[in-house]
Design a protein around this ligand. Sequence first.
Ligand SMILES: [Fe+2]
Ligand SMILES: [Fe+2]
Length: 255
Amino acid sequence: MKIPLRHSMMSRSSARLFRPARHICSSSGAKRALGTSIPKAATPATSPSPSPPTNPEGGEARPRRPLTKEEREFLSSALRVNQAGELAATLIYTAQTPLVTRSDPHLKPLMKHMYDQEVGHFDTFNSLIAKHRVRPTAMYPLWSVLSAGLGWGTAMMGREAAMACTEAVETEIGDHYNGQIRSLLEMADRMERGGGGMGPELKELVGTLRRIRDEELEHLDHAVEHDAKKAEPHWLLTGFIRLGCKGAIYASERV
Ligand SMILES: [Fe+2]
Ligand SMILES: [Fe+2]
């Protein structure tokens, strides 16, 4: 099948966000807190570079001011909520796939494609929260149960309801990532006006968020192409799920 490709409670340690790698400790604490496999953080640098830092284009980097407390808190909560959201996405597809593909075997490649992308997103944020020592949300166990239940429940209602679930979730998540990208670009603008640059790490984060946002919107398109709008009652189902997503995002950013 051809698949179209488009689409504060800040901890002391998280105050180290986006500082040089030599400040980053082992990810074992985050691994224990998550109870899941997190790729090991990059090997810390052992000594500072003797020469001036350079930007990705090869020129000398402009001096960057340190992040403000608000900026560090924003980045911590952004990574925390994104990691929780991507965990939920993998669990929704894990629960939906056996039921959906039993009644509609032709959807196997599509379900696998979307699941694989969600696993990639989850791995990305696992790495980032471990690298920057951001604590995961305390709601992690509850989200795990609820998202698996949501996937199973909608798949039991049929393919249309399962697709409506994806439509609702991805609508909210697309908006959520767009909001984060907007905030980061505003942060970059403030840094530029202050005479400094955004720095390669934050630039890379914006690129990562844009890529993941596009993949989420691709999932939304797939869901609509596969009869999400035919779910009954579509307005109630998607409205309920979207409300749940908003609540989960709000809580995961804070707790
Ligand atoms: Fe995702
Ligand atoms: Fe997705």
